[in-house]
Design a protein around this ligand. Structure first.
Ligand SMILES: [Zn+2]
Length: 225
């Protein structure tokens, strides 16, 4: 048995149920912060997950210690006043895994004045479901938008023929290297402007985002496809 579960057992034996619940909350807070910190630190080096404890605090949506607390409480032999336990269930409904908790609770507790708990837990589950659906919907929408944009961008083409002129110097493109701007205008590579920062250097670097004639900076003002 892990040290947390042992502690919860002692607290439950002494009927310190509120303290036990606070203990769970405190440990979860601290361990989650620690796990996230070490995950981040490690991720910076390698994309690897750390899992030093029996609980996966870092990835837990619900407090795994509450599951232990419920288990410890239900394991007790003596028939005690359950009001603290029911109060706990009601108060922490949003921090409990609804399905797991309902599965683990014995029928006598479920039927015991626990209507409030059931209502709270259903309310929180619906709220969480709604939130995750909204997030999913937004992500899906933006995925569709970028797929559409990508399709439009990759399906566009320009045809360079004998008479095709550079939109900067008005000379034929012919066999020279050229660039195509997002608005489909063609410019000789040699006609592109040099990048500001490379003007003083020997090696001239061309600015691929600004059209040398119209001065449109396509990096600053993305072209609407
Ligand atoms: Zn040109």
């Amino acid at each position: 048995m892990g040290e947390h579960k042992k502690a919860l057992k002692v607290l439950c034996e002494h009927k310190n149920f509120v303290i036990a619940a606070n203990y769970c909350e405190q440990v979860f807070k601290e361990e989650k912060a620690k796990a996230l910190k070490s995950n981040n630190a490690l991720n910076a080096l390698k994309k690897k997950k750390v899992n030093q404890s029996e609980y996966d605090f870092g990835n837990a949506l619900y407090n795994p210690l509450f599951r232990d607390l419920i288990e410890v409480f239900l394991e007790r032999k003596e028939n005690q006043e359950d009001s603290d336990f029911l109060n706990f269930l009601n108060a922490r409904a949003g921090e409990l895994n609804a399905f797991e908790t309902l599965r683990n609770l014995p029928d006598e507790i479920k039927s015991m004045n626990s209507q409030q708990f059931l209502l709270s837990i259903i309310k929180f589950s619906q709220h969480q479901l709604k939130q995750s659906q909204t997030k999913e919907g937004l992500a899906y929408n933006s995925l569709l938008k970028s797929m559409d944009r990508h399709a439009k961008a990759t399906s566009r083409a320009v045809k360079v023929e004998n008479g095709t002129l550079c939109t900067y110097c008005q000379q034929p493109i012919s066999t020279s290297v050229f660039v195509v701007f997002p608005n489909l205008q063609i410019v000789h590579y040699k006609c592109l402007r040099n990048k500001e920062e490379s003007k003083t250097k020997d090696l001239k670097e061309k600015d691929l985002s600004v059209h040398p004639r119209s001065n449109i900076d396509f990096k600053q003002n993305p072209w609407d496809l």
